[in-house]
Design a protein around this ligand. Structure first.
Ligand code: PXP
Length: 247
């Protein structure tokens, strides 16, 4: 089965983790990621993305239910492939779960999930989430073998890690962009909905947004950083405009 091109509206999922990072720096309850979710809902965001890390360095367990209660936007829960996170996902039943690799010492999700190498660990988790009606996505490097692995795992969605593209300079930029475009096309050809995210900014989002098969971008750190200067609503609106202009 081949998916139609997602040309047209590209969804924007706003990752609000780093609102919680700022909150946690002082141990209180301000700024509240729930308020961020409400603003995203009011200004044209299509979804809320939140990563409950094992060390709870930003989003915490209690935030999930509060975010779900505060907005009707779909929640995309990023999670490591662990029994603890599976149990939490099943309890909260978010719209989507994006399985990400996680290492405690990393500053952010540095690489893609090795879906190819971890089939046996991932298969029962993907199946339990899917059985519960949660749309599963795998956060993978843009590589053919990872798409093959996603197919074996019957994952309906992959999110392509755009970190290498975002950090590339010179000639590498177009090489990385082409890699993402090719793998997005391969995913769609095989019936898997491709998304993308990581390290996207006003400056680098448009070539990614122009890839016709992509259905959703998840963007966090840059938007929260910009929000410090212009407010979250203005930052989300500008990103939305750039994405729309690129299509
Ligand atoms: N998508 C996934 C799966 C992520 O783990 C993250 C955060 O690392 C993002 C998107 C957003 O990345 P950024 O905060 O760099 O925009």
């Amino acid at each position: 089965m081949s998916l139609p091109s997602a040309q047209g509206r590209l969804r924007l999922g706003v990752n609000i983790d780093h609102v919680a990072t700022i909150r946690n720096a002082r141990g209180g309850d301000h700024p509240d990621p729930v308020r961020a979710a409400e603003i995203v809902a009011a200004c044209g965001g299509d979804g809320i993305t939140a990563h409950l890390r094992e060390d709870r360095r930003h989003i915490r367990d209690a935030d999930l239910a509060r975010i779900q209660a505060a907005t009707d936007l779909p929640l995309n829960l990023e999670m490591a492939a662990t029994d603890e996170m599976l149990e939490i996902a099943l309890r909260h039943s978010p719209h989507a779960a994006c399985i990400v690799p996680e290492r405690r010492e990393e500053r952010t999700t540095e690489g893609g999930l090795d879906a190819a190498g971890q089939h046996n660990r991932l298969a029962p988790i993907v199946a339990r989430l899917a059985d519960a009606g949660i749309r599963v996505s795998l956060f993978i490097a843009p590589e053919e073998r990872q798409i093959e692995a996603a197919l074996r795992l019957k994952a309906p969605v992959v999110e392509l890690h755009t970190g290498e593209y975002a950090h590339a300079t010179g000639d590498r930029v177009s090489v990385e962009l082409e890699r993402i475009a090719d793998i997005a096309a391969l995913a769609a050809k095989n019936g898997i909905e491709p998304h993308a995210g990581h390290g996207l900014t006003y400056d680098n989002v448009q070539p990614i947004a122009a890839i016709p098969q992509l259905a959703e971008l998840n963007i966090g750190h840059y938007l929260v950083g910009e929000a410090v200067f212009v407010g979250l609503e203005a930052a989300v609106r500008k990103m939305r405009e750039l994405m729309d202009d690129a299509r």
